[in-house]
Write a new protein. Structure first.
Length: 133
């Protein structure tokens, strides 16, 4: 029995021409709000100044996808961050500087010891390095 495997499940269905339902809703809502603003604001110049950001925001909601995420999620995250309470865990506290006294006298003689390598052992190590074992 053969089953058809669904493909392109991340893409939304195009319902209204080239627009999905969400895109159409954002565009229609922006245009409807712009029309209402145009009808109730008496001055044409002020209406255009108010309508331009509304249409821009509606266009961003419908078509702009930063980092392949819907723009509405970015707006929601920004509002949640701005309104929500913030918890600051780390706060720097000034602590008094602790000092240690160090003895800088060099009167003691420092002795170094050389490893005891016989000539035979030295040749063996040199041969191993040459052969890269």
């Amino acid at each position: 029995m053969k089953f058809q495997v669904p493909q392109f499940i991340e893409m939304e269905d195009k319902i209204f021409g080239p627009l999905s339902f969400k895109e159409f809703t954002y565009v229609a809502g922006g245009c409807g709000l712009s029309f209402i603003l145009y009808r109730y604001i008496p001055s044409f110049l002020i209406a255009v100044i108010v309508i331009a950001p509304v249409l821009s925001f509606a266009g961003l909601l419908a078509f702009y996808r930063p980092n392949n995420k819907p723009f509405i999620e970015i707006v929601q995250s920004a509002l949640t961050f701005a309104i929500g309470s913030k918890l600051y865990i780390w706060k720097k506290e000034k602590k008094p500087l602790q000092t240690k006294e160090v003895d800088f006298s060099y009167n003691e003689r420092v002795t170094t010891s050389k490893p005891d390598l016989s000539e035979n052992k030295l040749n063996t190590i040199a041969r191993d390095l040459d052969l890269k074992i």
